[in-house]
Design a protein around this ligand. Structure first.
Ligand SMILES: [Zn+2]
Length: 436
């Protein structure tokens, strides 16, 4: 089986990269609070149908109980944003496996790319594209693994499911939650977020805050007293820098994060004055700083927030300027908890063994250094979840890419994992798909 899988991938390298290119060429930017995922979802819906999958297409908000659920994040618009699920039925008696991932990408942004973000261009061993690393590539690898096994005419014992969801960026998670509430469960879920091929039984969580400073705007033509909030914000940035170091020194009791360099905290935006106007004409009325702070599994929202506030407010109280203009800390979006699979779960052995078969020396097993939708599985379903996805770089940045050789390996890894996890009922004569 392993040799047949390897041969198929080696014989279909151009086809594989054409498929990832096709996904990248259909923009699906998350335009909070709405998004443009529909076209790529219709493409995937048809594609999964052609792979003999039972398919399901539904708006998250059409799932009863979603908007009342404790895990639902309000304020999003789901018109024209369908989820897609495909199920390849097994013969019965095997374990089921679900690949779950998001098809929304971050918006392109203003940073210049050196290549077309929607071109899927291959250059120097990399394929470039917006959302290719995070995470159209991972979902493409899962679908290609399914296609490969169909062409090799492998009848599996357990079911394989592929779900592509909308609205993960900006802490969405509602698309993934909607699939759980619609009843999709499996013996294991793999979330192909960009883990650089590491098998991740755990992942970090995080919170987003806005720190606001209010001043008094204008130009003082009549002697008005102006208060410029940017200087207080600048002081606060120094405090946040200190916090970054303090926070990164934290360690996790989870063995999956034993070698982790510490949870990151980022300043992601600073705003003052009218950003939509080409020139400014006054002292701004307010200045705000947006930050994203990550945490390890086990840290609660309350713990993260209290620790952050105590650190910053204590230092602000010792600063004369900040005493006169205290920071106002606001919560943005939902808290995303870090979660982990129960230790000793049999999936870890299966995945590690599969990795050793295809990649001498195996692959690293460690906690993912980012937050993602995996928590939805651990909090709100019976399905245990592992994060395992492509190698690449520049997620949420210009020139996002996947490593092409590692991507071919990933397709092989997924195909062999499906075989090992779900079990094989029969192998027929290989068949060719008419690719039209
Ligand atoms: Zn992602």
């Amino acid at each position: 089986m392993r040799e047949a899988i390897e041969r198929w991938v080696d014989d279909h390298r151009d086809y594989i990269l054409a498929f990832t290119k096709a996904l990248v060429s259909i923009p699906s930017e998350n335009r909070y609070p709405s998004g443009d995922e529909k076209q790529v979802q219709m493409f995937l819906f048809r594609y999964l149908g052609a792979l003999d999958c039972e398919t399901d297409l539904f708006l998250p908000t059409d799932v009863p109980g979603l908007t009342e659920h404790e895990g639902y994040l309000g304020g999003r618009d789901y018109r024209d944003r369908p989820n897609v699920v495909g199920r390849r039925k097994g013969a019965g008696g095997g374990r089921s496996l679900l690949f779950s991932g998001h098809v929304d990408t971050v918006p392109r942004g203003d940073d210049p790319w050196t290549v077309d973000p929607f071109g899927g261009i291959v250059k120097d061993g990399r394929q470039y594209g917006l959302g290719l690393f995070d995470m159209k590539g991972g979902m493409a690898a899962a679908i290609l693994a399914l296609e490969l096994l169909r062409e090799l005419n492998v009848t599996l014992l357990g079911d394989v499911l592929v779900e592509t969801v909308v609205d993960e960026e900006y802490g969405g998670a509602n698309g993934t939650l909607a699939c759980r509430l619609r009843g999709y469960e499996a013996d294991l879920a793999i979330v192909p977020e960009p883990s650089n091929l590491a098998i991740c039984p755990a992942h970090q969580g995080g919170s987003m805050f806005r720190i606001v400073f209010e001043g008094r705007a204008g130009r003082a033509f009549s002697g008005e007293t102006l208060v410029n909030p940017v200087f207080a914000a600048a002081r606060f940035l120094d405090i946040f820098r200190e916090y970054e170091r303090y926070h990164a020194a934290k360690r996790s009791s989870s063995p999956w994060f034993a070698a982790d360099p510490g949870p990151p905290a980022y300043v992601q935006g600073v705003r003052a004055g009218p950003a939509h106007l080409p020139l400014t004409d006054r002292v701004p009325s307010s200045c705000s700083i947006d930050v994203w702070i990550q945490c390890y599994p086990g840290t609660t929202e309350e713990e993260l927030r209290c620790d952050f506030e105590a650190f910053c407010l204590e230092r602000a109280a010792g600063d004369e300027l900040l005493r006169s203009m205290p920071p106002i800390i606001q919560k943005l979006i939902r808290f995303l908890p870090g979660t982990e699979i129960p230790s000793g779960h049999p999936a870890l052995d299966v995945l590690a063994e599969t990795a050793r078969e295809l990649h001498p020396g195996g692959l690293p097993v460690q906690g993912a250094p980012f937050a993602c939708d995996a928590f939805v599985f651990h909090r709100y379903s019976r399905t245990p979840c592992i994060i395992w996805g492509p190698k690449g770089g520049n997620a949420h940045a210009a020139d996002e890419y996947i490593d092409v050789e590692a991507f071919f390996l990933l397709v092989k890894l997924y195909a062999l994992t499906i075989v090992q996890w779900c079990g094989v009922a029969a192998i027929g004569r290989p068949r060719r798909t008419d690719r039209g």
